[in-house]
Design a protein around this ligand. Sequence first.
Ligand code: ATP
Length: 366
Amino acid sequence: MAEVRIQGLLKKFGSVVAVDHIDLTIADGEFLTLLGPSGCGKSTTLAAVAGLDRPDGGSIRVGETVFYDSATGAFLPPERRNCGLVFQSYALWPHMTVAENCAYPLKLRRMRGAERAQRVDEALALVEMQPYAARYPHQLSGGQQQRVALARTLVYRPTILLLDEPLSNLDAKLRERARTWLAQITKKVGLTTIYVTHDQIEALALSDRIAVMREGRIAQLDTPRVIYEQPSDPFVADFIGSSNFLKGTAEGVTGDALSIRLDGGNNVIQLGLRPGITSGQRVTIAIRPERIAVLATGEPSPGDGSLLDANIVERSYLGSRWMYHLEVGATLLRVETARELPVGRVQVHVPPGAALVFAGEEAPEA
Ligand code: ATP
């Protein structure tokens, strides 16, 4: 069992609290991503699990093994944790072949020749790099080098896998392909994995669960789908997927709907009833740009939902679609759609469920 249990983890650098008492349990075999903006504490959390840094409080257990416990002073040195670490800079040894690179961790562990060769073979097969065993790193592409780096980690059968932005040195196209093979390999090996990234697409595509971090804390912990569709606050809504934020005032409840009067105009948006929002309260609404439709003025509504008066102030041709900047009352919305419309007055259709309402006015900066 390689369940990872992090409790009350605290790490400070001088006056900076990098990790602020986080609790996190990662199930055996789970792929969990720490996602968040630069400086939110992702790498510090990972380094604490790897044992590269001594925390200032809390505890970390993997299965039955205590990695760290501030209450007892226990601290297992990194070389005894058997964690498989892969970083952004994969640093293969340039003077060793692919096979020699992979064999090196086994040599350190004093594994004998025949067994070592078999393990290297297995690891290279797993990342589909067997045909390249005799090549040197400079004879490989960046993506292939990263596969070898992963094989070099998997070869010693780590208890858990810790990956810190492993794909970020790859260009966009390669990165997309690498995401696919990484997902396949991690599924195949079934290791408990903690993955650090600030790339939301990577997090959504790879993870069983995502912990969105902000300022050393976990803002939301859930499946990719819940994080995307039901973000817990405007910060998460903004960080995962791009959201448009509108401010307004709750007007009251009609049946099972809540009406919000948007600032700077006569637009009223109807939403499903949200508990905790009362009449007269200031609110922020997050709308996913891909969920809304732009209609010519007077065009009938395509279905249930709200129709808002808007004005296209700018449009850009993006090839497969158009991007519009629309004024809706006091706010500028960004919408991408395949439909071509001229600059001027239009309507925006917001289907039910496309808008989320949060109490308060804490919208992230546009
Ligand atoms: P990034 O995506 O940029 O790598 P991150 O989310 O991984 O960011 P951390 O590297 O964990 O963030 O850093 C968290 C906070 O701790 C930041 O404010 C950072 O400046 C600080 N920090 C991290 N390492 C050190 C260090 N060795 N000395 C001082 N401060 C540090």
